[in-house]
Design a protein around this ligand. Structure first.
Ligand code: ARG
Length: 469
């Protein structure tokens, strides 16, 4: 038989064509055409596997591979060919094109396989490449943090909790805190990639393949390190997509926190940073304005990413085990999140790298004596006073200063002694922003030495990561 009723993948048992609106509604080619390179790679591996079980002859495999090459080339060179196709999805598209090239031989490739496993395999391959793309963007961002931390290593910053002055830290320590968060995102990306790294081919529609194809050979041909272990689970499973969206949501959430810090730092009240012109915009009305739009948009776009994670959770909730067409909803939103996070990382990296820090403003704010209250209590602790009592005594000092309406370090030594005889003459001279920072020299602390170690360790990790494929 060399004729078919129509070129749908499933037309045989139907009398009528689908309703036009429904047909457009169920069509996924407009977005899943993005999976075409993966579909073709899977088709190549499958053709070779079919030769192994004598479904395709050597010459048919050769013809099929050559036709697949042609399809790949034409689809790159001729976007109109894709855009004008009536294919239902990417799987249909390739089969149609194959039949146009080869005639009935093109109908053999779908032997023993289902779109259910194809789409899962293509999507896993996409997620693995997508994670690598985002990883490169993250590494560039982390490098920008390291560059800024080194360039501003010794500048103090009024560290805050609850947005209230807390203790002095180094600006470089603050920058490295963000770098640490983004380094954890690298681990999450790796986890998502590992989760995607198992090949479903050979799972069939749900039951497995009736031909004894070599699943491991197909997997390794495609660069997977494992095969999936249950055919029914393999066509149902989208955990790898959830894991990947979780990793993207983590990145977006960290970007949004960073953005909030910089929006505040750029405000007139802080004036800690000078925004780069290249990443700011002005006002159509107020000539003086320079707005931190790059950071605001980074903060704002985060919702799009986390919403995709919840959208997929919601799609999956309550689905019966096996392939269901609902699963088609997994791709479009993930593709959009991918593009968005890629651009968000590039914008954040550019804006961060060109940001100038105002040392004068940062130092002035960090010189607020209130930031040294904890160090004042530590002074008493070093003289044997239990911490809670020391905390109270420093509290009394602050209250006395408030009563006398002066900064607490301007109280007289008599005032101090009245509160506690343990306040010696060396008390005030021992307190300074620099010594407060230098005293936090534990690993992970804000002392310059500790920050230098943290920078060196992170740089070492990055070098190792960059060596990995
Ligand atoms: N377009 C479908 C998807 O994205 C491909 C699999 C369709 N399978 C089916 N039996 N209709 O999930």
């Amino acid at each position: 038989m060399t004729e078919r009723k129509d070129d749908r993948l499933w037309g045989g048992r139907f009398d009528k064509a689908p309703d036009a609106l429904f047909d457009a509604f169920q069509n996924s080619f407009a977005f899943d055409c993005r999976l075409l390179p993966y579909e073709i790679a899977v088709d190549r591996a499958w053709a070779k596997a079919l030769q192994g079980v004598h479904i395709l002859t050597e010459s048919e495999v050769r013809q099929t591979l050559a036709a697949l090459d042609k399809i790949a080339e034409r689809s790159e060179a001729d976007p109109v060919w894709l855009a004008s196709s009536s294919a239902e999805d990417v799987h249909h598209f390739v089969e149609k094109a194959l039949v146009e090239e080869l005639g009935p031989v093109g109908w053999k490739l779908h032997t023993g396989r289902s779109r259910n496993e194809l789409v899962a395999t293509d999507f896993r391959l996409f997620v693995i490449d997508a994670a690598a793309e985002i990883r490169a963007g993250l590494i560039a961002l982390i490098r920008a943090f390291v560059m800024q931390a080194k360039a501003n290593l010794k500048i103090p910053l009024a560290g805050m909790t609850h947005m209230q002055h807390a203790q002095p830290i180094l600006l470089s320590h603050f920058l490295m805190a963000h770098a640490q968060a983004f380094s954890r995102d690298l681990t999450r990306l790796q986890n998502a990639s590992t989760s995607a790294d198992a090949c479903p081919m050979g799972s069939g529609a749900l039951a497995g393949c009736a031909f004894a194809i070599d699943r491991k050979a197909i997997a390794s041909d495609l660069g997977f390190s494992r095969i999936t272990s249950n055919s029914l689970d393999a066509v149902s499973n989208r955990d790898f997509a959830l894991d990947y969206l979780f990793a993207l949501s983590g990145i977006a959430t960290h970007l949004s926190r960073l953005a909030e810090d910089f929006v505040l730092f750029a405000s007139q009240e802080f004036s800690y940073v000078i925004l780069p012109d290249e990443y700011s915009t002005g006002s159509s009305l107020m000539p003086q304005k320079k707005n931190p739009d790059s950071w605001e948009l980074l903060r704002g776009k985060t919702g799009r990413i986390t919403s995709v994670l919840f959208a997929l959770f919601t799609t999956l909730k309550g689905l019966p085990t096996s392939y269901q067409r609902d699963l088609q909803e997994d791709k479009e939103a993930l593709f959009a999140a991918q593009d968005q996070v890629r651009d968000m990382l590039a914008v954040a990296t550019g804006a961060l790298a060109l940001t100038k820090f105002r040392e004068d403003r940062l130092r002035t704010a960090a010189s607020n004596p209130a930031l040294l209250a904890t160090d004042a209590a530590d002074y008493l602790v070093r003289r044997g006073i239990p911490f809670r009592q020391a905390h109270d005594l420093v509290g009394q000092v602050l209250r006395e200063a408030e009563k006398q309406s002066k900064p607490w370090f301007q109280l007289s030594s008599t005032d101090f002694r009245k509160i506690s005889p343990h306040f010696g003459d060396d008390f005030l001279p021992s307190l300074s922003v620099d010594s407060a920072i230098a005293s936090k020299s534990v690993p992970g602390g804000t002392a310059e030495e500790s920050v230098r170690v943290a920078i060196a360790q992170l740089e070492q990790n990055l070098e190792q990561l960059e060596k990995q494929p």
